[in-house]
Design a protein. Structure first.
Length: 190
């Protein structure tokens, strides 16, 4: 079974919306506007590219990243790895041609089936709604969180508000940086 890893920039109060400057959100670009950049705090982002064998995205994140990441040297490893997009509306004609092999999945059940295939870890970036559905379905195995020392109030959250049984996590790795950023890597206990 493949490992499904969620990677997220998240505020202390759980907001994941528009960390890189995506339009339409009041606090857009919060990751670089309010926190001093320290390269060592983002080491995990490079490691994720080296360790992942595939990337999984929701439609909104795919549309945002596919217009930018294919031409960015810092995301070169993602260009060549297989990508999966969970969407009920995208068609193959909507996929970009310069970002490698991309497969459209139509449901969380198809993600569950993908996890049953052979291969290495699958990394999820962005994709707030998809992350909520994956978490609620018990499909996420690990969380890579960079927790920013900010309270943003309103905004899309990483975790849903569904009433469900407690899910135990084990802290696998952590570090606190001089700018207040915290790296937290959590394994889901099954």
């Amino acid at each position: 079974m493949r490992t499904l890893i969620t990677s997220a920039f998240i505020s202390l109060d759980g907001v994941v919306e528009a960390p890189g400057g995506e339009p339409g959100y009041r606090n857009s670009g919060w990751t670089f506007k309010h926190t001093e950049f320290l390269p060592e705090a983002f080491e995990i982002k490079g490691r994720e590219q080296k360790e992942a064998a595939a990337m999984l995205l929701g439609r909104v994140s795919y549309e945002a990243f596919s217009g930018v990441w294919p031409d960015m040297a810092e995301f070169a490893d993602y260009k060549v790895m297989p990508k999966y997009v969970v969407s009920t509306t995208l068609t193959d004609d909507d996929l970009v041609a310069n970002w490698g092999e991309t497969t459209i999945l139509r449901s969380v059940d198809e993600v569950a089936a993908l996890k049953e295939t052979e291969g290495g870890p699958i990394i999820v970036h962005g994709s707030a709604s998809l992350n909520q559905a994956l978490s609620d379905a018990g499909l996420i195995d690990r969380y890579h969180l960079l927790v920013f020392p900010l309270l943003l109030g309103a905004g899309k959250r990483l975790f849903s508000t569904a009433d469900k049984d407690a899910q135990k996590l084990t802290l696998a790795e952590h570090e606190v940086y001089a700018n207040g950023l915290q790296k937290q890597v959590w394994d889901v206990v099954r």
